[in-house]
Design a protein around this ligand. Structure first.
Ligand code: AHR
Length: 620
């Protein structure tokens, strides 16, 4: 492998080359990054009609002692369904309540993670014609062990009243539930019951450990909220931003019909923009083009949808005095968010109305916001687009060999037109398992190829990002979690090798003619923000099953500048190609760093089969 370190022949990699693609899939947000513990907090999951499905809420107590149903009596206009609980027993008789009372509980998303000494804010709306005495507690999964409890006594809740309690946990259980109990006869209505830990990231509602996993990738952009989630199986169930903003209590929530679960829309457009800001990433909003997986709006009727998106952009970055900028400011963010990229649809290019609809969105957005970069769904890697766009979306899914070979996909792409945004890539099927080394290596090969082609590719992100182990809808994923634990798959760790590439200088590098086709390599010069020093990083994927003796030569670099002390090599490998990480062995396949004693202008290195290695040479 020869590397030319001359700056003159180097090229800058885009500052936003590597980022993340967040989709509400696998409970990534609801029951994941969004730290709300209560599932179906507004009792809305069964739809607007009643009786409604209150799942996963359940009844505590014998059915002869209480009757639980739903009605449309909520004080919230957009989500009228409330829970009605008629208690037939009383601690004073004639029907005596059990000592612990009767009531309802919510197990959250496969258990709530309650941790000792942490404080949780429980908020709920209550109404009753009588005074109420409600015990609010977090208990273990079967209710036997109380972790935190508080009694709410209120003499007048004849109008809907918001009640807030802070519960500090005296014990820990990752599989807890929230209970609302009483020993008083009468009818109580509940609505919008929320429980959140106080220590979310900056108090912004993001689960700390999952947020940290994202921050550790130093993503330069975040694409959201999907994926197919943006489209919906049907338009009526697609992500419609206006009902996801404003006070949380007033959000109706919606059924994510592609991935088959309810979301209360706690993670709405505002929160996505806030997440991008908190991560120091550029937000890339993918919006619906009037096209779902099964139905489409005709171009002659698309203008209301276009206006909706213009309003959304105003919400994100308009003046606080503008109609929608005002709503954002009222939510606590008077400064505009840095929204500079939008994608018109997801995987919609082949759909009948895409072209017509696209042009309407494109011209309206460019007219109102000329600086916004617009991303088309149509592939321009081999033939030019027949419509204007700043970037085009490109997805790579397939078996390991296909993904590894896709590294060359952009080698012959014309450098004149819009650049590609490889917004979703993954090895899928048998080769990927639940996220193994094989998938990570194939993807490493792809990223090396994208880096080399970063004059034709502007941005790249892996998908999906998250999976809650209790709801695997799409395999594999980068980050696996349950209510309390998290680990990165080998593919997550592979991505950490690229976080220094953003804005780095790509050096010319050539693999010799005799090297095998199962090698992929690239070289960059990057400056560490930690120690301010410059490193020459050579990344090599050995996708083959043979050990390779590789000679690396570096031209146009004074050998005195290379420092053996401080140079390192980092390898991603494992004893078996199909190895995966797990909760039991979260670090089975992770990068391992060691000193690179042989650092120099000419190095003979051994590349073991199925490995991804980064050689970091410290240069003065
Ligand atoms: O990443 C998972 C899904 O794969 C996305 O929702 C969709 O865009 C693609 O088909």
């Amino acid at each position: 492998l020869s590397v030319d370190a001359a700056q003159a022949s180097a090229r800058k990699i885009p500052e936003t080359m590597f980022g993340i693609s967040f989709e509400e899939i696998n409970h990534a947000g609801a029951g994941g990054l969004w730290a709300e513990l209560v599932s179906n907090r507004g009792f809305e999951a069964g739809g607007e009609s009643i009786p409604s499905n209150i799942y996963p809420w359940s009844i505590l107590g014998d059915e002869s002692l209480l009757i639980v149903s739903t009605d449309r009596s909520s004080c919230f206009e957009r989500n009228k369904v409330a829970l009605r609980m008629e208690v037939l027993c009383d601690n004073e008789g004639p029907i005596i309540c059990p000592a612990e009372g009767v009531g309802i509980y919510n197990p959250g998303y496969w258990g709530m993670n309650i941790e000792q000494q942490k404080t949780y804010r429980v908020l709920m709306y209550v109404r009753s014609s009588e005074s109420v005495n409600i015990t609010v507690s977090f208990t273990g999964s079967n209710g036997a062990r109380t972790l935190a409890t508080s009694n709410i006594v209120s003499s007048d809740v004849s109008n809907w009243t918001m009640i807030e309690v802070l519960l500090e946990a005296a014990g820990s259980d990752p599989n807890s539930r929230l209970q609302l109990m009483t020993t008083r006869k009468g009818v109580i209505w509940f609505d919008q019951v929320s429980a959140m830990p106080l220590d979310t990231f900056k108090g912004h509602g993001f689960r700390q450990d999952l947020f940290q996993m994202l921050a550790d990738l130093r993503p330069r952009f975040i694409r959201f909220p999907g994926g197919s989630y943006v489209e919906g199986e049907w338009l009526r169930n697609s992500f419609q931003w206006k009902v996801t903003v404003g006070p949380w209590e007033e959000r109706p929530g919606h059924f994510n019909d592609v991935w088959q679960y309810w979301t209360d829309d706690g993670l709405g457009l505002f929160e996505f923009l806030q997440l991008a800001e908190d991560l120091g990433s550029l937000p890339i909003w993918v919006f619906n083009t009037g096209i779902s997986l099964n139905d489409q709006i005709d171009t002659t009727r698309i203008l209301p949808f276009v206006q909706e998106i213009l309003d959304g952009i105003e919400f994100a970055r308009g003046d606080p005095n503008s109609t929608w900028g005002y709503v954002r400011a009222a939510m606590g963010h008077p400064e505009p968010f840095n929204l500079r990229h939008v994608a018109i649809g997801n995987q919609d290019c082949g759909k009948t109305n895409y072209h017509g609809n696209y042009l309407k969105f494109y011209s309206a957005i460019k007219n109102a916001y000329p600086d916004i970069n617009v991303i088309s769904n149509c592939d321009a890697s081999s033939t030019p687009l027949d419509h204007p766009a700043d970037f085009y979306d490109f997805h790579v899914y397939g078996d390991a060999n296909y993904v590894f070979a896709s590294a060359r996909n952009f080698d012959r792409t014309a450098r004149l037109g819009p650049k590609a945004f490889v917004s979703e890539y993954a090895v899928t099927g048998k080769d990927a398992g639940n996220g193994n080394l094989l998938a990570a290596l194939a993807q490493a090969g792809l990223l090396v190829g994208l880096e080399r082609n970063s004059d034709a590719v502007e941005m790249a992100s892996n998908a999906p990002l998250f999976v809650n182990v209790n709801d695997r809808r799409f395999n594999p994923d980068a980050i696996v979690f349950d209510s309390s634990k998290v680990y990165g798959t080998p593919s997550y760790w592979m991505q950490t090798f690229f976080k220094e590439s953003n804005g780095a200088m790509l050096l010319n590098s050539t693999l010799g003619a005799k090297t095998s086709a199962s090698l992929a390599a690239s070289a960059i010069l990057w400056k560490s923000s930690d120690d301010g020093r410059q490193y020459l990083r050579i990344k090599v994927v050995n996708f083959g099953s043979s050990t390779v003796n590789l000679k690396i030569t570096i031209d146009n670099l004074d050998s005195n500048l290379i420092q053996a002390i401080g140079s390192t090599q980092t390898v991603l490998k494992s004893s078996s190609l199909m190895d995966e990480n797990s909760f039991k062995e979260p670090h089975k396949v992770i990068p391992v760093q060691s000193p690179l004693k042989a650092a120099g202008k000419s190095m003979a290195v051994l590349l073991y089969p199925h490995t991804f290695t980064s050689f970091d040479l410290l240069t003065l």
